[in-house]
Design a protein around this ligand. Sequence first.
Ligand SMILES: NC(=O)c1ccc[n+]([C@@H]2O[C@H](COP(=O)([O-])OP(=O)(O)OC[C@H]3O[C@@H](n4cnc5c(N)ncnc54)[C@H](OP(=O)(O)O)[C@@H]3O)[C@@H](O)[C@H]2O)c1
Length: 352
Amino acid sequence: MADDGSILVTGAAGQLGAVGRTVTRLLLDRGLPVRAMVRREDDRAAALRAAGAEVVVGDLLEPADVYRVVSGCRRVYFGMSVSAGYLEATVTMAAVAREVGLDALVNMSQMTVSQMSIQNTTPSPQQRQHWLSEQALAWSGLPVVTIRPTVFLEGFFLPLTGPSVRDRGRIELPFGLGKTSPVAAADVARVVAAVLADPGPHLGRIYELTGPRSQDMHGVAREYSDALNREITYSDIPPEDWERELKRAGLPDHLTRHLVTMAGLNRAGRYDRMTDGVERVTSRPAMSVREFVSLHADEFGGRRSRMSSAVVGLKGPRRRQDKKRKRGGSGSRTVAGIRLPWQTLPSQRLIG
Ligand SMILES: NC(=O)c1ccc[n+]([C@@H]2O[C@H](COP(=O)([O-])OP(=O)(O)OC[C@H]3O[C@@H](n4cnc5c(N)ncnc54)[C@H](OP(=O)(O)O)[C@@H]3O)[C@@H](O)[C@H]2O)c1
């Protein structure tokens, strides 16, 4: 198959983590040609086109669509929102990639997979599908690079703690005292973009990605407090109440079971992981919770300003860095009490 030099980025419109959208921007910033795959024409597709990407529309569950969008590309980022068809989409991509030939397939997975085996699985259908997807890609013989992040700050902490932090000054999650090391999807995207830009040294590797600190939720709450300049506390809520709330929000069963499993694994200390994957690949450390909450302060109800802190906290290089990171826009709307980024359209797919 002829190589037109483009890099295919799937899931490029972006919902929550929006890794694909950020990867597209980072590759374009490097001057590389990007074919950005979206599911439909909308404002997000128009924005990608305006930024310089070739936008293609298709469904990752439709083999003919996948064949059409992959053809002509030798490097692919494969990722899409958490959904029941994830394994089918991965295997479809693998079949097409074997047919047309690729130089690199960067596959989005999850950190939990590293602790899974035939004998030791989890109740999350998403995690099971990621485990099987990794198996299938290994059998495929394709040149794969595997990305296994821990929980996303954008895709989990922002939508699921934003409203309670804004309204009650509390992080309300059933995480017990388990430690956790959330990572910014923006950092995950930096890793993916670096790999796609020069895949050779990375082929066959698995990158496990965490934030810079593993701590319990009281520690996470202290980082929120520092970022927002007001007291944020952690409330360990009963898992059954949380599950009921997720169901009330109308989430699909696949997603609810995934989130409930994540919470259980957090309580059991299974997210107490630390790696230097982000820094190793990008030469820049991973973003802290405090930095992330500072960047999204409005979505967490705002930073309490005092004359002294406004001067000390938000002037100078830090403020310029924050502004730069904010480019590309943010915003949100609330669905059934859960804060979603503005880009999210249907309420059915919350966490990606
Ligand atoms: N959230 C977390 O905490 C976390 C942690 C570790 C790993 N991950 C992994 O990260 C991945 C999600 O990444 P993300 O947050 O960057 O995704 P995302 O932004 O939520 O979604 C990416 C895009 O996938 C598109 N999509 C969904 N189904 C599709 C289909 N059938 N065909 C074509 N496009 C489709 C969606 O299009 P529309 O917007 O048009 O619907 C969406 O824009 C998953 O593999 C997840 O397991 C997530």
